[in-house]
Design a protein around this ligand. Structure first.
Ligand code: M6P
Ligand code: ZN
Length: 192
């Protein structure tokens, strides 16, 4: 990988990048245990292992000083009453932040830190969201269209998925007749 300046373009209508190094498809089957309604999860999985979201990454060496950036697309849909969402993660190097710029769609970013403080930010086009060091983050598409956003974080941050896989997030985002509701997750438990 060269150490020369570079650029890429985001398609104005879709937000997709003109080039990328990795394209990751995350399907329903990779989210076992993450959705609240496990019967609805099994039922949907038996119908189709749907693609929940896609990540386009511009890779850089995983060293201090470098930044990884890219675009994520969360497709619309629900598992039971719970909206399609990302796995969510802490950074393996906990003291690293991340910035998101929302391009299209609607949704919520659910965050929490190891001390159990929780925060939810709303995605809307043009909005910038700052995830401070130490805060786990999950993106939830609450709208009828793709949720598309740009993100950038330190290349040495890494992903800790295991903590969230074991304990879940404190908050769930659930559809209701009056719109998306943020509820306490009754199944949250400490990862230890
Ligand atoms: C954001 C970024 C990426 C991340 C992606 C999908 O776009 O934080 O680093 O990979 O979301 O989320 P997850 O890794 O939790 O599946
Ligand atoms: Zn992250």
């Amino acid at each position: 990988m060269t150490n020369r300046p570079f650029n890429y373009d985001l398609d104005p209508s879709t937000g997709l990048p003109s080039r990328y190094d990795h394209h990751t498809l995350r399907k329903l089957s990779s989210m076992a245990g993450q959705f609240f309604d496990q019967a609805a999860y099994q039922q949907l999985l038996e119908q189709e292992d749907v693609v929940l979201y896609e990540v386009y990454e511009l890779s850089r060496p995983a060293v201090s000083g470098e930044l990884i950036s890219g675009i994520s697309v969360i497709h619309p849909g629900r598992v039971g009453d719970e909206f399609f969402m990302t796995k969510g993660h802490f950074h393996a190097l906990l003291e690293t932040a991340e910035v998101y710029v929302v391009l299209h769609g609607q949704g919520m970013m659910v965050m929490e830190n190891p001390e159990g403080d929780c925060s939810v930010e709303t995605y809307q086009p043009g909005r910038v969201i700052y995830v401070p060091p130490r805060w786990a983050h999950r993106s939830v598409n609450t709208g009828p269209d793709d949720l598309v956003f740009f993100w950038v974080y330190p290349a040495n941050a890494g992903h800790d998925y295991g903590t969230i896989e074991r304990q879940g997030f404190h908050k769930l985002v659930i559809a209701s007749t009056s719109g998306p509701q943020i509820l306490d997750n009754p199944r949250w438990k400490p990862a230890s």
